[in-house]
Design a protein around this ligand. Sequence first.
Ligand code: F6P
Length: 324
Amino acid sequence: IRTIGVMTSGGDAPGMNAAIRAVARACAYYNVKCIGFYRGYQGMIEGDYCEMNARSVRNIISQGGTILKSARSEEFRTKEGRKKAMDHLKKLGIDAMVLIGGDGTFRGGQIFSEEFDIPVIGVPGTIDNDISGTNYTIGYDTALNTVIDAIDKIRDTASSHDRLFFIEVMGRDAGFIALNSGVGAGAEEILIPEEDLGLDRLLESLKRSKRSGKSSSIVVVSEGDKIGKNVYELADYVTENLPDYDVRVTVLGHMQRGGSPSCFDRTLASRLCVKAVELLLDGEKNVMVGLIDNKVTATSFDEGLSSEHEINKELLRISDILST
Ligand code: F6P
């Protein structure tokens, strides 16, 4: 392998720059040429790239976002789009690709590598943590800390005004961010897609907390929650049924994807991407790297994507006990 391509795709995540840096530096260390594509698969289709060396990734380890930019490419879903991308890879002499992104990125990579027999390695980068081939995805830890920081601030004003806040967090169809930030920020209730607690239980719990003398409360709601109401409808429903509560809603939104990555995410990105380059040099292909039980692992895309992501429901029990 003489030339490795790298790109970031899907929703950006803090630590993607640390990942790009690690790919470029590992390539430099092993005397392999490195080419970065802009805007994920779309940049591969359009031939929008830059040559990278050890110095071109200086000072980016601490930066949020991704210097290679990110996108979700509709065109790459078509065979013609993928053919255009492969033509550019051939023209540039690229022998293998490192794909940094989430499940959509990996699915695209799997099809691409099977279609054109090009080795690819996936590196999990998404704040959602919803990929089963790893315990942690790059960006998740930073996002959790961002959420905790925001909830702590909301708690200050909730407490001053004796209010109940519904706080919506990201996570697409997974409740990792909600569950862990909910426990970490001491939420009254945590609503996640993996467990439908039901509206009655929510009302009961809020009534109970009022009776127990609490004057303000935080409910963390995952954006993918299946309770059947969005966060605003939920707030209205609670206001109608529990008029004693003064209810407000905060949707944290895309701020969760920004910011300087935590040390954990920088280290994770560094470990996974050095491994990705080394696997390619060892002739490995079509796997994702991950961290399982604190060991860097390689898992086939099929396995890494097929099984359902597993949420730690024990945390719901802990939350129940501690919100007494
Ligand atoms: O996958 C990351 C994520 O931030 C999800 O949590 C969220 O559902 C989605 O991306 C938002 O996507 P967009 O940036 O297209 O609004």
